[in-house]
Ligand binder design. Structure first.
Ligand code: PEP
Ligand code: MN
Length: 337
């Protein structure tokens, strides 16, 4: 339920309303909009006499939130959420450009790519240290050593860091090195992991599951936000369809749909979305034109020898060219790089 408190209600009175709702067995989350306090009261089937709550002196109105994802909905929080990470404000007019290798492979690789993406205009470096690979015989990532290299390479070029966390126990370790915790497509419905990153003090980049509906994806985000971490960045990375020419089918419909349903920022990963190097730039341009808040792109200086996802990685020169194009598109739609 969404409670809109009266404009005159003091902080003390608002806390008292929240405490009374908690006593009824509900969890209460607050947001402020246009100078008014809004409380979302959520719980699993707790019987509450809402007509009585509606008569509380501090309460202006009580309405149902008509979607299952309550806290990430625009009904609860009408204004866009903006998440500040380093020099980047994800969800603002400034586009969030995140780029780097699929996996961190070694010192020279990490520093070479960090220099290239920083020069091109990225503000966040990506790089996996714990890799969710389809085959147990594929490169699984360098682990903590990879996180250290990623951090050092990013710091050397003034970049923030995003890296994947594969299970709940890894959260404290990855959070020590990364500014953004990535939850991968395969883990979008790993609810114990979502709960754990929901307690972390770092923004979370939540990729869409490869067979997940938009509603399931937003409910994944709801799991994180319900634990107290409101800093969730959604990332569309393509879904499985009957199409086999591309690795996945990048669902650009998801951008305007999510923008209407949710206040959370949404970025696009055209690398996994297409799986094909020369299809990455056209889909990246389309994503920004469609209203995405940023891009997550794989870049490698020697993709033929990359230990993962070489065929979909851009060469640094291609990435720089793409950022220039994005800069032009951004101007047309009132945004900037
Ligand atoms: C990745 O970003 O390298 C990755 C494994 O992505 P996804 O979870 O979208 O497959
Ligand atoms: Mn990858």
């Amino acid at each position: 339920m969404l409670l809109l408190l009266k404009a005159s209600v003091s902080e003390v009175a608002a806390s008292d309303v929240a405490a009374r709702l908690r006593m009824l067995g509900l969890a209460v989350h607050r947001t402020d909009h246009l100078g008014r306090i809004r409380l979302a009261a959520v719980g699993d089937g707790v019987p509450v006499d809402w007509d009585q709550v509606r008569r509380w002196a501090e309460v202006d109105s009580v309405d149902t939130i008509a979607v299952p994802f309550k806290l990430v909905s625009r009904a609860f929080h009408p204004q866009d959420t903006v998440i500040t990470v380093g020099r980047c404000a994800v969800g603002s007019t400034q586009l969030a450009l995140m780029a780097g290798p699929c996996s961190i492979e070694g010192e020279e690789q990490a520093f070479t790519i960090a220099a290239a993406v920083a020069r091109a205009g990225a503000t966040v470096m990506r790089g996996g240290a714990y890799k969710p690979r389809s085959s147990p015989y594929s490169f699984q990532g360098l682990g903590e050593e990879g996180l250290k290299l990623l951090r050092r390479a990013a710091d050397a070029h003034g970049l923030a860091v995003v890296s994947e966390v594969m299970d709940s126990q890894q959260v404290p370790l990855v959070a020590r090195y990364a500014d953004i915790l990535q939850v991968g497509a395969r883990n979008m419905q790993n609810y114990s992991l979502l709960r754990e990153v929901g307690h972390a003090d770092k923004p979370v980049l939540l990729k869409r599951g490869m067979a997940s509906t938009i509603e399931e994806w937003l409910l994944g985000a709801e799991h994180i936000v319900s634990q107290g971490n409101r800093q969730v960045i959604l990332c569309e990375r393509g879904i499985r369809t009957f199409e086999t020419y591309t690795r996945n089918t990048l669902d650009l419909n998801a951008i305007p749909v999510v923008k209407e349903l949710s206040h959370l920022p949404v970025i696009v990963d055209p690398s996994h979305g297409t799986g094909i190097r020369d299809k990455v730039a056209p889909m990246a341009r389309a994503a920004i034109a469609a209203g995405a808040d940023g891009l997550l792109i794989e870049v490698h200086h020697d993709p033929d020898h990359a230990l993962s996802d070489g065929p979909q990685s851009l060469y640094p020169v291609q990435y720089a060219e793409l950022v220039d194009q994005i800069r032009t598109i951004a101007q047309v739609i009132g945004r900037r790089v």
